[in-house]
Design a protein around this ligand. Structure first.
Ligand SMILES: [Cu+2]
Length: 146
């Protein structure tokens, strides 16, 4: 009798374990879907190509403020002059997703954006194009150095 009871109990536990692992799998799926919805890298429609914005020149630096929202940088394309300090101020907009980290691969700069504003400063040493992206490398903006 006891052995039979034990077998039944074990069977019950195994069934429970199966049910609960099923539930976990579903939880995982649901979470993944939720993240995909929020991800800046999920399709958001075509990214608008806007004209490059020239940095505003002060004596000490050349400055641009960039807002990150809904999978895009505004402006996404910036022009600066070579050899003069650049100050890019990043602001967090809506639906920022993984855009809350800005990466400049060529400059080896990775910065998590603060709630208020985040300044990324560097001095371009040569003409060319410096890309910047979200943490997953999919949102893209660029600084053209002339
Ligand atoms: Cu991304």
């Amino acid at each position: 009798m006891n052995a039979r009871f034990l077998t039944l109990t074990l069977g019950g536990l195994a069934a429970l374990a199966l049910v609960s692992s099923d539930l976990h799998a579903q939880d995982g799926m649901a979470m993944k879907d939720g993240m995909a919805m929020k991800s800046c890298c999920s399709p958001q429609g075509p990214q608008k190509k806007s004209a490059p914005v020239a940095a505003s020149q002060t004596k000490a630096a050349q400055k641009v403020t960039i807002t990150v929202a809904n999978g895009t940088y505004s402006p996404a394309s910036i022009t600066v002059k070579v050899g003069k300090p650049v100050e890019l101020t990043f602001l967090k907009g809506k639906n920022i997703g993984c855009g809350d980290t800005v990466v400049f691969p060529d400059l080896k700069i990775t910065k998590e954006l603060k709630a208020t504003k985040t300044v990324i400063a560097f001095t371009p040493k040569k003409a060319g194009k410096l890309a910047f992206t979200c943490s997953m490398g999919m949102y893209e903006g660029s600084v053209t150095v002339k």
